[in-house]
Structures are given as C-alpha cells and as structure tokens.
Ligand binder design. Sequence first.
Ligand SMILES: [Zn+2]
Ligand SMILES: [Zn+2]
Length: 389
Amino acid sequence: MDKIKDQIGTEIDSLADDLFTISDFLLTNPETAYKEFKARDYLSSFLEEKGFEVEKEIGGVETAFLARPAGCGQTRPTVALLAEYDALPKIGHGCGHNMIAAASLGAAMVLRQILGVKAGGIVLVGTPAEEGGGGKILLAEAGVFEKIDAAMMFHPSSSNIPGKGMLGRIKFKVEFFGRTAHASGSPDRGVNALDALVLAYSNINAFRQHLRPDGRIHGVITHGGEQPNIIPDYAAGLFYVRGASRSYRDELLDRVRKCCEGAALAMGCEFNLEILQPVVDPMKRNPALEAAFKDNMMELGIEIDGDSGRRGSSDMGNLSHYLPTIHPWLAIVGPETACHTAEFRDATVSSRGRKTLLDAAKMLAMTGWDFLNLPDLRKRVEEDFSRAR
Ligand SMILES: [Zn+2]
Ligand SMILES: [Zn+2]
C-alpha cells in the first residue's frame, strides 16, 4: 500500500474513539426525517472543533449543513463526503445512518489533516431525510452540488459490494369516490368505492405477472369504509411503483393508472391518483469511481461479495444524475439479518460494526484522495458520467 494510504489508515485508527462517540450519540438520539436538529448541531460542533467552518440550513433545508476546511477556500476538483443521520420511526437507527455520518466525518477529518492548507477540495455535506424525505433531492435542486465534482458515502449492509443498482420509485395515493346507501334497504342507490379499489388492486395484481425483473409494485389499502351496513362512498390506498430506469418506472405508473381507470369504469366511480413527493430516480452508477473504491476494499483485504440482486431505492439515485456518485455497501451483519430491524440497529455498535465503521472511513478517505490526486481517474469518472443512461 502506498505511504499516504497507510497514513490514512493510521489516522483513522487514532480517531476511532471519536468516530464511535459520534455513532453512539446518533444511535441514542434518533431523529426522523427533517427533525434531525440534535444531529445537525452535534456533528457541526464536532467538525468546527476539528478545523472546519460549517454553514447550517443549506439549500433551504433546516437540518442540512455543509462543512469545509476553515481558511482553505474552495479548490477544484472538489469531492463531497455525504453524511446521512436520519432514523426510522420506532426502530431508531435500524438503517445504520449513525455509521454513515461517523464514517464520512472520519474521512473528511483525516483528509483535512493530511492535506493541511491544501484541503480546499474537501466538503462534508449533511444530507437529512433519506428515509422517505428525499433530502438530497432538495439540496441538489437548490444547487448545493453545483461546484462539486463527485460525491460519496457508504451504507451498512449484509454484504461487501462497491456498488449496485437502485430502483427509481414513485409513491402515490389512489382514491375512489362513490355514493353511500343503506347496504340492505337500498343497495341499488349506492356506488361502492371499496369494490372499485378492490378491483383496482386485483387488476394491479394481474398485471404484476408481466413485470420485468427490475419492476416492483406494492400497496396497501388505507381506507375501506365505515360500517358494513353503509355502502362505502370513499376508499383509498397507497402504492409504490419501482423500476431500474426512469422510463420503466414511469411506464409502470401509466399501467397502474389504467388498472384504476378500468375499476372506476366498472363500478361507476370517480377516481383520483395523486403522486406524492419525493419521486426517486434510479442510481446512475459510475463504474470508474466504483472501481477505485473496490481497489481500496482490496487494499484493506475486504472480501467482495456477489450482488444478491436485491434492490431498494434512495435519494442518492437522484443525486447520481447531477454528479458522479458512489454508494458502496459494507457488511455489519450476515445475510440472515435484514436492514430496518432492531437487530441491524444493534449491529451498528457491535464489534463487527465498529470494525466496518473504521474500514468505511478509511476507504472513503482513500478513494477521496485518489479522486483528488489522480487526473486519469477523474477523466474516466467524467467519461462514465457523461455517457447517457
Ligand atoms: Zn433505510
Ligand atoms: Zn439507509
């Protein structure tokens, strides 16, 4: 391993107590999307103590922040280390975002230390509300990433992979409007909105057989009526469509709309389909930057797993269409343990979780270093990004 990477490793190890303290603070103070005030203030103070200047409420998002090395001025190229820190309702940090923040802070602090007055190419962006809120989408739309050349973070997982696809996603509400009537005395005067919703659900189910492997549709019924003896005049449900491209995601929404139209026509109901924000884009992967991260995984002797093909969605997908990004995954649990569980949350501070946190911080710093110092890598990253996908 070259000298600088050795040094990065040693410096991260010497910051271990700080990084565990950050991760533990977030774990014991979980805050959900757009309510991460304690996290914002705690992480900001930490960075200020380590020689960063911090701007809070960037891009009009109250709980976001941007930290840059004090007194350096911004230089190009600039790499952004991203810190997620939102938790889930009830389960707390069941997605392990406490580790994401700690690892990115560690990488930023070590690069700042090594680069000294030449650290103007490092920023750390605090990106709230990944879970359902789309914080990165708001920040990107507000121009926060305009003068940044690449962005990276890691996510805890059950396997070690430098990158994988993530699906685009649209969440929407479907409502049917009918007419109440006594269900026994005058059923002929009613229009049953629940039946329309059940038909729509069945239509969607039938259509599901014909999805491509990268398509997903799932939903729940949220309103189905009041009493058995009143024909329901209102029924509603919440659904997701997901696809590995924006065009397939949008095509699935069109097909689901037709499923609802057919049901409404059959029952004589009115219906309304409302798209709920944020609309999430699929991940536009950057093979060159992923390969640089993979090389650093191998430098640290981390065994790389195969891609299980399991796919979720993240607002990192939207960001990946603004600038080159990577979102590698590093194991803190075995394949038997799912994310968004209490077991996964507890694993973020297990001895395996601790080791992964330090490894993640090292690999982010190493890859950040590579990006800033290897013009040839940057060229390949730009080429990959400019390729239309
Ligand atoms: Zn999650
Ligand atoms: Zn997550």
